[in-house]
Design a protein around this ligand. Structure first.
Ligand code: CTP
Ligand code: CA
Length: 226
C-alpha cells in the first residue's frame, strides 16, 4: 500500500464494488439491458480507494470512464457477475453491490443472429442468479452492502431486502425523486442497518454520497471486528 495509508479507515482492506448494468444476450447482435450508468458504482469505488482500500471494480455496461487506481474486471451478464464476485469472495473484506443486475435473461441465447420470421415472436425469460442473496447466504467475515432502487414503499422493501440478502448495510433510494434516478450526477439515499433506519443523506453529488456510505460502512465493519 501507498505511504501514509495506515491512518486511513480502509487501509489494508479489500473492497469489491460492482457497477453498471448487466447485458443478457439474445443473440450475437442483440441483448437486454437497463438504464444504469455506473456512476454510483464508480463513485463508491473511488471513495473506497481514497479511504485506503485495495479496490476491485467489477463493471458491466457503463456510460462513464472507469476510475484509475484500482483493478477493473469487465463482465456482461448476471452469471458473469456472479463468477467474478465468487472469484474474489474468499479474501473480500467488503462487497458493495451497486450494479443493476438483470432479474431475468433469455432462456436461451442463440449463437447465430436470429432471422426475421412471422408477425409475432415471443422471448422466453428465466430468472438470473441473485448474486447478493447467494453470497449473503454463505457470508463469513465479509461486510455486505446492498442497494435498493424503489418507486414506492421504500422502507418496507429496504428492510425486506436487507434481511433476505443478509446485508450489513442497505442503501435505498426513491428513484421518482428529482436528482436521485439513473444517470443523474446527484443522489438522495436512505441508509438501513440490521437494526432499522440509520440516516437520510441529503441530496448531494454521487461522490459525497459515496463517501458518506463508505464512512458508515467502514465504521460498522470496524465495530463488528472488535
Ligand atoms: N442483486 C443481485 N443479483 C440480482 C439482482 C439484484 O445481486 N440478480 C442485488 C443488486 O445489486 C442490489 C440488490 O440485490 O444490491 C437489490 O437489487 P434490487 O433489484 O433492488 O432487488 P431484487 O431482489 O432484484 O428485487 P426487485 O427488483 O423485485 O425489487
Ligand atoms: Ca431487481
Amino acid at each position: 500500500s501507498k505511504p501514509g495509508n495506515g491512518s486511513l479507515p480502509l487501509a489494508g482492506k479489500k473492497v469489491v464494488v460492482t457497477a453498471g448494468g448487466t447485458i443478457e444476450r439474445i443473440d450475437p447482435v442483440r441483448y437486454i439491458t437497463n438504464d444504469s450508468s455506473g456512476k454510483m458504482g464508480a463513485a463508491l469505488a473511488q471513495a473506497a480507494r481514497d479511504l485506503g482500500a485495495d479496490v476491485k471494480l467489477i463493471a458491466g455496461k457503463v456510460q462513464i470512464p472507469l476510475p484509475p487506481g484500482m483493478d477493473i474486471i469487465r463482465i456482461e451478464s448476471a452469471e458473469d457477475m456472479y463468477e467474478a464476485c465468487l472469484n474474489e469472495w474468499a479474501d473480500t473484506d467488503m462487497l458493495i453491490m451497486a450494479a443493476a443486475i438483470a432479474d431475468y435473461r433469455p432462456k436461451s441465447s442463440s449463437p447465430r443472429k436470429i432471422k426475421k420470421g412471422g408477425e409475432h415472436m415471443a422471448l422466453e425469460l428465466v430468472k438470473t442468479v441473485d448474486v447478493l442473496q447467494t453470497l449473503g447466504s454463505q457470508k463469513e467475515h465479509q461486510f455486505l452492502v446492498g442497494f435498493a432502487a424503489e418507486t414506492n414503499d421504500i422502507d418496507v422493501y429496504a428492510a425486506e431486502k436487507l434481511q433476505r440478502k443478509n446485508c450489513d448495510l442497505l442503501v435505498a433510494n426513491d428513484v421518482t425523486q428529482a436528482g436521485a434516478g439513473f444517470g443523474t450526477d446527484t443522489n438522495i439515499v436512505r441508509l438501513f442497518g440490521r437494526e432499522g433506519k440509520i440516516a437520510d443523506l441529503p441530496k448531494q453529488s454521487k461522490a459525497d454520497t459515496a463517501r458518506d456510505i463508505l464512512l458508515e460502512a467502514s465504521r460498522r465493519m470496524a465495530e463488528g471486528a472488535k
